[in-house]
Design a protein around this ligand. Structure first.
Ligand code: MG
Length: 217
């Protein structure tokens, strides 16, 4: 997918989609997972991306697809082994995102010690809201996130409750993966995840980010 850099207006090709699991203590608790001592990292393929106004397609393989509202970071300047104090200089933009998850497939994978790629990687499983330039966000740890399903509030949280902060995650991930312009980082979800069904209207809102709306199909 090609995005538009909100500062320069130039096209940006999406690269890796890095995602963080269990980055809010109350969500780890609702999943009966331990609070991690290191970031839990998984990836989604770029083919999972959709934009606001698009549809999430429920896969036939799953009967339990969940919403997870998250802060998403888009990398501007790439880098390797990025020092913590330099991390935010590598952010081009922020957005709301949904880390759609086939919970039944994920639970089975967890039980068997298998990867989460299928549970997390279906087409349309990475809705991404409009990009807000990083220059407009003073501190990414002060952002309120909310998700409604058919106008009912299901998730409400603050990025101040992240276990691993945005700068820490960028620095940590860059020790493993060379970060490149157009890479996305989904930073984990607060508590309140739950199932979606056909026809649901999902609306992610924030005090500082642009609204993301998708329909479940
Ligand atoms: Mg997630």
């Amino acid at each position: 997918m090609i995005l538009t850099d909100p500062d320069s207006g130039t096209p940006v090709k999406v690269g890796k989609i890095l995602c963080i699991g269990r980055n809010y203590a109350l969500h780890a608790a609702e999943m009966n997972d331990a609070v991690p001592t290191h970031p839990v990292i998984f990836l989604k393929p770029p083919t999972s991306l959709i934009k606001t106004g698009d549809c999430v397609i429920l896969p036939q393989m799953s009967t339990d697809v969940h919403h997870e509202v998250e802060l998403v970071v888009m990398i501007g300047q790439g880098g390797k082994n990025i020092p913590l104090e330099q991390s935010l200089n590598h952010v081009a933009a922020y957005a709301l995102g949904l880390d759609m998850t086939a919970r039944d497939i994920q639970s089975d994978a967890k039980a068997k010690g298998n990867p989460w790629s299928v549970a997390k990687g279906f087409d349309t499983f990475a809705p991404l809201g409009p990009l807000v330039p990083s220059s407009q966000i003073t501190d990414p740890q002060t952002i309120m996130l909310s998700l409604t399903v058919n106008d009912q509030v299901k998730q409400q949280g603050s990025t101040s409750d992240m276990i691993f902060s945005v700068p820490y995650l960028i620095s940590y991930c860059s020790k493993i993966f060379t970060l490149e312009k157009g890479d996305l980082l989904y930073t984990g979800t607060p508590e309140g995840v739950g199932p979606v069904t056909q026809g649901d209207q999902l609306k992610a809102t924030s005090d500082q980010l642009a609204t993301l709306e998708v329909t479940v199909n």
